[in-house]
Design a binder for this molecule. Sequence first.
Ligand SMILES: Nc1ncnc2c1ncn2[C@@H]1O[C@H](COP(=O)(O)OP(=O)(O)OP(=O)(O)O)[C@@H](O)[C@H]1O
Length: 482
Amino acid sequence: VFPPELRFGILKISNRIFNWFSSYCYFDITEIDGVNTNELYNAVQLYLSSSASITGSRVSLTRALNSSGFTYGLANNDSLVDSFNGITAYWEHVVTQRQSQTFSWRPLPDEKRGFSLKIKKKDKAYILKYYLDYVIEKANDIRRKNQDRLLYTNSRGGSLDSRGHPWESVPFKHPSTFDTLAMDPSKKTELMADLRDFADGQAFYQTTGRAWKRGYLLYGPPGTGKSSMIAAMANYLGYDIYDLELTEVNTNSELHKLLMKTTSKSIIVIEDIDCSINLSNRNKPNKKKQFETVQPEMRNAGGEDGGNSITLSGLLNFTDGLWSCCGSERIFVFTTNHIEKLDPALLRSGRMDMHIFMSYCSFPALKILLKNYLGLGEGDIEKNVLNELEEVVDEAKMTPADISEVLIKNRRNKKKAVLELLVALRVKKAEKNRIKNLIDVEEEEEEEEQEKRTLESPKEGGELVENCIKGNEELEEDLVMN
Ligand SMILES: Nc1ncnc2c1ncn2[C@@H]1O[C@H](COP(=O)(O)OP(=O)(O)OP(=O)(O)O)[C@@H](O)[C@H]1O
């Protein structure tokens, strides 16, 4: 009976009246905004997938490319209630059929999808200011967690890929975690708390005016778990790893370019830094090499430090100069087997925030290895064997890598594995003691030899006797005075 214009008008007025009296307001977040994909829609979808309060019996499941996990979300026309700082938000996934295919450069899906957010009018300002940012942040976290970690390397000698990128990446699937890492539990807890503080510390770094980065120096003998620790850090925080091969970098500017192409939430690693490059002289360590390689007419050219070779100052700029601040939330990890070879400039505080010594296997670390490799707890091992293991492990100075080799070899026969380990530790301890005794004997002999030579030498011997007499006279004088 009523013409469409009139029906539309009545609907519009009744909607206005309804909105006027309603205490709620609504936001529509459509999947496609004009012709572009709406990032907020994807973020909301991911965010809601983390909500445990999905009530519907139908849940949508997805698995993204390069992802090792499933995400679930609200099914069509399902709804859920979320709460944020005491404010309630009602979400509904609205799916309708697209009326007619409108003209578009890009074919649109038949369904029109979107989220409808219903909140109290009084909460509108707060929700717009904080809640949506929180939703996006959480969605990014979930995306990162679901996606495989990537391991980047620059080992192509400075050449770029087809996209002009200097880093090459592969999926990173190292299984090492802090649970599998054998080290002193208190040290491990301290490090994990430090990493968590760093990852959650955006506000702290902002208020203190510090760049959001942290440096760790891992040092210790080979096979004590430095590389495993880096993998555990990446898996714990969900960060990608950039394995920087310094020997492939020729100039400081190349180093800067590499840094600029790293992403936030990543760990930049330089392994065996003492072997990577000659870093003993901070200013111009490679001057000689530079003059050897550069043509005579080019000798006065070049930028900082000659601009033709990587220097320690270039590396220091990389870690804590202005360049280190392009991007944020980055961790630098250097590893070395010989900390004494490193330049003190690299070790001063503020540069490497934490120095972590990866030591030979201790008893607490051994217990972790026994649990992980053989599934044996303290109660599963005979008391006297356990006591002896505790007694010998420190003196044997075996690395976790050596111990895990022994355990892997016999892992089918757990009892045998433990006994073999005990034998290996005893042998190693005896070997260490024998070497120590040999060194002691050698030192003693050398001392005796030196004494003999001194006494035999007329000049030195005479001096020694004279000094003794002088000393005695002084002593006598002191006694008389007293
Ligand atoms: N602390 C540890 N906890 C658990 N496993 C370890 C530990 N240390 C070493 N391993 C085992 O030994 C292997 C070698 O260890 P890793 O490469 O991490 O040592 P590293 O200190 O980095 O050695 P290098 O200095 O030679 O690079 C690892 O694959 C791991 O299985």
